[in-house]
Write a protein that binds this ligand. Sequence first.
Ligand SMILES: C[S@@+](CC[C@H](N)C(=O)[O-])C[C@H]1O[C@@H](n2cnc3c(N)ncnc32)[C@H](O)[C@@H]1O
Length: 197
Amino acid sequence: METFALVSTFVVIALVFVTTLSTGASPTPTSPTVRRTMMTLLPKRLPNPNCVIYELGAGWGGLALALARRYRSHAVVGFEVSLIPWAVARLRLAMFGPANLSLHRRNFMTELLSDATLVTCYLPPEAALGLREKLEAELRPGALVITNSFAIRPWRPLDEVIAPDIYASKVYLYEIGAVAKASHVAVGASSEFTSAS
Ligand SMILES: C[S@@+](CC[C@H](N)C(=O)[O-])C[C@H]1O[C@@H](n2cnc3c(N)ncnc32)[C@H](O)[C@@H]1O
């Protein structure tokens, strides 16, 4: 029995580790403090209730669950490739709901996001290669993008706040349309998300 527990723990850790190597992002969750800061930056109501909220790289599901509880009239869709965090998030969803949340074990880079009203992510640059271009190509004017810790260069944020956690994590809020102007001005800008300095 002890051997079984030990082997299972090893397999779980190895699975998470291997996926982290392949995506470039560990499943570190957004902390409750940063989550609260993100929520204070977001409007009470999002435009267009028919549009979707996407959590890109939903990890263990904490942020996706919080978004779904706050925006009950919107569908919230989370994409996560890592098996263990995704399975745990699905279990949390099965146990606690809410019904407007769905979690898919898929690569968000292959998903069409054109019906988004809000996109959230907490992704280091290595895990977000090409994501800025994808968002610029697919999102409609007025769609919001909020990120934990990693700014989207050269977009100009609508708002930028330091969370009261021990890392002084930054949260960035962008609006498509407003940011497109800034990105066109920047010549030869990096195609990657860049870490906030
Ligand atoms: C730092 S965690 C953030 C988790 C969650 N968004 C949160 O804020 O609590 C980043 C997650 O993104 C996932 N990820 C990275 N690239 C991905 C991709 N292309 N498609 C789906 N998930 C991805 C990783 O597996 C990891 O769980």
